[in-house]
Design a protein around this ligand. Structure first.
Ligand code: ANZ
Ligand code: ZN
Length: 814
C-alpha cells in the first residue's frame, strides 16, 4: 500500500487542529484543568535549535496525555521580549530592538508551529508590549504601596561592558552572567524589591513542592539561613586604656559558633564597615587603613572569599575591643575576607577553630587559643597544624568547660543575653532584589520626582508609562531614557508642578516573575487577570525548563506570587506557590559541548523536519536519553525513529482486523508500562516499550479492532500527526485527542515480575524480585525480611524514601 509520507500528513493535521481550536483551553468547562507551562523563550535572532525543542516536545507529550485523560489543558506560549539580548543584537545589527524582536518572534513562531505542539496561541503574550508591561508597572506600584519596593543608595554590582547594574544573582563567580566581564562595585541609588521579607517562607515552602531535589537545594543554599548569635564587643581607646567617650561604640558580630567565644583573639571588620570612620581620630594608622579600604572596593566577593588567595588585612592601631565573656582586650583588624553584605559585616575571629582566621593569625602573629577539644576528657589537646573546625567539648572556657559544642552555644548565648551583650539571631544570605537597570529595552519604572513632593508613584490610571521609541539607546552608563526630553519631563501627579520621571528600566526578571498569571486571562485590559480565571487555572501543574533557572527566575517568581498572595491580589493556593511540579529538562550536547550558536555546534530542526518529518524528530528528542539528563546528539539517531514510524504505518496498512476480542497480555502490559512511564517522565523507555510491542505485533499481523485502537491512542502523545492520520483513516471522524486513554487490565498485567533496586543515597546495594503490582509498603516489608539488606538499612537515619514504582527504592540519609 501507500508509503509513509510525513510531510503531507503533518501540515494537514496542524492546519486542521488549529482550525478546530483543539488547542484552546476553555475557561468555562467543568473538566479538571491541567496547566502545563514551558519557560517562555526570549526571541533571539538565531531561531530554535534541536536543544530547545527537547523541553517543548516533552511538555507537549504531557499536555496531550492530559487531554486524553479527560483534562481541560492550558498550554500557552509567549515571549520574554525585553532585555539585553535583544538590545545588544539590535545595536550590532543597527536596527531597533522592537524591529529586531518582532522579526525574531516571527521566526520562532513558525518554528514552534512545526513542532506540532498544542500551544494555545489565543493567549500569547509579549513582555515588551504596552498591554503587558502596563501590568509589570502596576505590580511595581502595588509593591511600592506596600513598602516592598524602595530606593536606596548602596554598593551595587556594575558591569562595565553592559553599562548597567546587575542583581547579585546575575553575578556568577565574579563576572557578568551575560557577557563575562569582571563586575565592579559602585555606589548608586537604586530600586530594590524586598524579597528578604519572604526569606523564611521561600525556604520553608520548598517542602510543599514536587521539584527536583537539586533545584530545591540550590534555592535553599541561595537563601542561606544560619541560626546563630549576635554579640556586642565594646571598643576602647588603647592608649588611654579606657572606654571611648561614646558609649554606643560597640561592634556587633554574627557567629554560628558562640561556643568558641573564649577562643576569640581578635575582631575583623569588613573594609566597608561604618564604625571605622567613627574612630578616624583615634586610629593612628588611618592613612594605611584608608588605602586598604580603597583597594578592597574593586574586588568581587568571590575574589575576597577565595581560599586560594593569601589573606590580607590591616590592624587598627589605637583602638581595641573587649570580649564580653571574659573582659579580655583584643586587637581589631580590617580584612577583605570579611564581607560587608553578610551578617553584621564584622566577625569574632577564632583562629583555633576557623580556617580563614587560622591562616590570618599565622600571618600576623596573633595568638591561637584552642577552646574546643575533640578528645575530651583527655586534658591535653593536640598542637594545631590547622584549625580544628569539628565539634567537641569546651576547655579553657571558665565555667563552661566540659560542655559539648551544641550545648555551649546555647548556654553562652543565654549568658550573653543576661548580660545584655548578645542574643540568638537568624541570618540569611539572601539580599533584596536590585531591579533598576540603566538600559533602554525594558519597562520604565513608574515613579516621578517632584522638587516639592519628592518621590511620587505614577497614578494607576496613567499606566502604562510608555517606552519612547524614537531614541538613541546605545548604553553609556546612564539610562538612555534621560536623553528623551519628552519622556523625562512631566508634571507632578500631586501638585502639578514640573517634575521628572525615573529613567531607569526594570530588570527583565520582573517581567517574567508574573507572566504565568497573565496567561489565565491575557487579554484583560482592566486587571492583571480576572480573579476567577486566576483561581481556575493556577497554580501551574507542570513547569518545564532548564536547570539554569534554578535560582534567578524561579526564586523571583515564587517571591512575586507570594507577595501578591499576601496582599490579597491573587488567591489560588494556601501559600501562593505558583509551580506545583517542576521538571528540569536535560541539555543537548554535540561533540561534547552544550549546543549553542556561539560554539558553532548547533543542529537546526528545519532540515530534519524537511527530510524526516516532525513526528520523527519529536521521537528522537524523546528517545535520546533520560529526559532530565544531558544527552549527546547522534546525527544518525533520527533514522532509527523514522524506520519505527514506517513500521507502525505499514502495520496499520497491512494488518488483518480480526473479530476476536480476547485481551492480549503483551498489549495490556505495554499499556501499563507506557502509562506509568509518561507519568514518571520517562518518555525514552515508554518509546522502547512501544517499539518492542510492534516487533511482537509484526509476528502475527492479526489484531482486533479494539486493540488496534488502544495502541493507536498510546502512540498519540508522542507522534500526534501519525496517530491522528491512522485514527481517522480507520473511520473515526472526531480527533483522536477527544478519545480516552486506555486502561490496562489489572488481571492480565499482574503476573509480571519486576526487579527493584534497593539504594542508599542513590547507590544500589541490592535488589528485590517481586510482582509488578507491589506497593511501597510491601517492598519495605520485604527489605526488612531480607537479612543482608535489613542490616544495611536498620541503623540509618532515613530522611526520605523515594519509590519509583516497580523500579527503585532509594533511602535518602543525612
Ligand atoms: C566565629 C566562628 C568561630 C565562626 C568558628 C566560625 C567558626 P554561615 O554558616 O555561612 O552563616 N562570618 C560572619 N559574618 C561574616 C562576614 N560578613 N564575612 C565573612 N564571614 C562572616 O557562617 C557564619 C560564620 O561566618 C560566622 O561564625 C563567622 O565566623 C563568619 F570556629 O564566628 B564564625
Ligand atoms: Zn509635587
Amino acid at each position: 500500500m501507500n508509503k509513509y509520507d510525513p510531510k503531507t500528513i503533518e501540515t494537514k493535521w496542524q492546519e486542521k487542529w488549529e482550525k478546530e481550536k483543539l488547542y484552546e483551553a476553555k475557561d468555562s468547562d467543568e473538566r479538571p484543568k491541567y496547566y502545563c507551562l514551558d519557560m517562555f523563550p526570549y526571541p533571539s535572532g538565531e531561531g530554535l535549535h534541536v536543544g530547545h525543542w527537547r523541553g517543548f516536545v516533552l511538555s507537549d507529550v504531557l499536555a496531550r496525555y492530559a487531554m486524553l485523560c479527560g483534562k481541560n489543558v492550558l498550554h500557552p506560549m509567549g515571549w520574554d521580549a525585553f532585555g539585553l539580548p535583544a538590545e545588544n543584537a539590535a545595536i550590532k545589527n543597527n536596527s531597533h530592538p522592537k524591529v529586531f524582536t518582532n522579526k525574531a518572534i516571527t521566526t520562532f513562531k513558525k518554528q514552534l508551529h512545526q513542532i506540532g505542539v498544542v500551544f494555545d496561541w489565543s493567549r500569547e503574550i509579549n513582555t515588551s508590549d504596552p498591554s503587558y508591561y502596563k501590568w509589570t508597572q502596576w505590580l511595581f506600584l502595588k509593591l511600592y504601596e506596600n513598602k516592598l519596593a524602595y530606593r536606596k543608595k548602596a554598593p551595587v554590582n556594575w558591569c562595565p561592558n553592559c553599562q548597567t547594574v546587575l542583581a547579585n544573582e546575575q553575578v556568577v563567580a565574579g563576572v557578568c552572567e551575560r557577557c563575562g566581564s569582571k563586575v565592579i562595585k559602585k555606589d548608586l541609588t537604586q530600586w530594590f524589591f524586598k524579597i528578604t521579607n519572604f526569606a523564611e517562607d521561600l525556604l520553608k515552602d520548598l517542602d510543599s513542592l514536587d521539584w527536583p531535589e537539586r533545584t530545591k537545594t540550590l534555592q535553599k543554599n541561595w537563601i542561606g539561613k544560619s541560626e546563630g548569635t549576635k554579640i556586642d564587643f565594646k571598643v576602647v581607646i588603647a592608649s588611654k586604656a579606657k572606654q571611648s567617650n561614646n558609649d554606643k561604640n560597640t561592634i556587633e558580630v554574627f557567629t554560628t559558633c558562640a561556643d568558641t567565644l573564649f577562643g576569640c583573639t581578635y575582631l575583623v571588620l569588613s573594609p566597608e564597615h561604618k564604625e571605622i570612620r567613627n574612630f578616624k581620630s583615634e586610629i593612628r594608622n588611618y592613612n594605611e587603613v584608608e588605602n586598604y579600604i580603597n583597594n578592597a572596593e574593586n574586588k568581587s566577593n568571590i575574589e575576597r572569599e577565595s581560599t586560594e588567595k593569601e589573606k590580607t588585612g590591616v590592624k587598627l592601631e589605637g583602638i581595641k575591643a573587649i570580649n564580653p565573656i571574659n573582659n579580655e582586650e583584643i586587637d581589631i583588624y580590617i580584612a577583605d575576607y570579611v564581607l560587608a553584605t553578610y551578617g553584621t559585616g564584622a566577625v569574632m575571629a577564632v583562629p583555633a577553630h576557623d580556617d580563614r582566621d587560622f591562616e590570618f593569625a599565622k600571618k600576623y602573629n596573633i595568638p591561637i587559643k584552642m577552646v574546643i577539644c575533640p578528645n575530651y576528657p583527655k586534658p591535653i589537646c593536640p598542637i594545631l597544624e590547622e584549625a580544628y573546625e569539628g565539634n567537641g567539648h569546651l576547655v579553657d572556657s571558665n565555667n563552661f568547660n566540659g560542655l559539648d559544642s551544641k550545648e555551649a552555644q546555647i548556654k553562652i548565648t543565654q549568658k550573653l543575653k543576661e548580660m545584655g551583650a548578645g542574643d540568638f539571631t537568624v541570618n540569611y544570605k539572601l539580599r533584596d532584589w536590585l531591579i533598576s537597570r540603566q538600559r533602554y529595552w525594558g519597562a520604565p519604572i513608574p515613579i516621578i520626582y517632584c522638587d516639592k513632593c519628592g518621590e511620587m508613584p505614577v497614578p494607576e490610571k496613567d499606566l502604562p508609562v510608555n517606552l519612547p521609541e524614537n531614541i538613541e539607546f546605545k548604553p553609556h552608563g546612564e539610562s538612555p531614557l534621560k536623553q528623551s526630553e519628552t519622556f523625562l519631563n512631566t508634571t507632578c501627579p500631586k501638585c502639578g508642578a514640573k517634575a521628572v520621571r525615573e529613567t531607569d528600566t526594570m530588570d527583565t526578571f520582573v517581567d517574567s516573575s508574573w507572566y504565568y498569571i497573565r496567561y489565565a486571562d491575557s487579554q484583560n485590559s482592566i486587571k492583571i487577570a480576572d480573579e476567577n480565571k486566576i483561581k481556575k487555572w493556577l497554580p501551574v501543574d507542570l513547569y518545564v525548563g532548564g536547570i539554569e533557572h534554578a535560582i534567578l527566575h524561579l526564586l523571583y517568581a515564587r517571591f512575586i506570587s507570594k507577595a501578591l498572595h499576601n496582599l490579597k491580589l491573587i488567591d489560588f493556593s494556601p501559600n501562593g506557590e505558583p509551580f506545583t511540579k517542576l521538571f528540569n529538562i536535560g541539555m543537548i550536547y554535540l561533540h561534547g559541548s552544550k549546543m549553542s550558536k556561539s560554539k558553532g555546534n548547533i543542529v537546526s530542526p528545519d532540515e530534519i523536519v524537511e527530510k524526516y518529518g516532525t513526528d520523527a524528530l519529536r521521537g528522537y528528542e524523546l528517545f535520546i536519553g533520560p529526559a532530565d539528563q544531558d544527552s549527546e546528539w547522534q546525527v544518525n539517531g533520527i533514522t532509527g525513529v523514522y524506520r519505527f514510524l514506517e513500521k507502525v504505518w505499514d502495520f496499520y496498512n497491512n494488518c488483518k482486523i480480526v473479530s476476536d476480542d480476547k485481551k492480549d497480555l503483551v498489549i495490556e502490559k505495554t499499556i501499563q508500562k507506557v502509562t506509568q512511564e509518561i507519568q514518571e517522565f520517562r518518555p525514552n523507555t515508554a518509546l522502547s516499550n512501544l517499539m518492542e510491542l510492534f516487533n511482537y505485533l509484526k509476528k502475527t499481523n492479526n489484531i482486533s479492532k479494539y486493540n488496534a485502537q488502544k495502541i493507536n491512542i498510546l502512540l498519540a502523545p508522542f507522534f500526534p500527526h501519525l496517530a491522528e492520520e491512522i485514527w481517522q483513516k480507520n473511520g473515526n471522524s472526531s480527533s483522536i485527542f477527544n478519545s480516552i486513554w486506555p486502561k490496562h487490565d489489572e488481571m492480565l498485567a499482574k503476573d509480571q515480575k519486576v526487579t527493584i533496586a534497593v539504594q542508599i543515597n542513590g547507590k544500589t546495594k541490592g535488589v528485590i524480585e517481586t510482582d509488578a503490582t507491589v506497593t511501597q509498603e510491601k517492598v519495605e516489608e520485604m527489605i526488612k525480611k531480607n537479612e543482608r539488606l535489613n542490616k544495611l538499612i536498620e541503623k540509618l537515619k532515613i530522611k526520605k524514601t523515594i519509590y519509583i514504582s516497580g523500579k527503585v527504592i532509594n533511602f535518602v540519609v543525612e
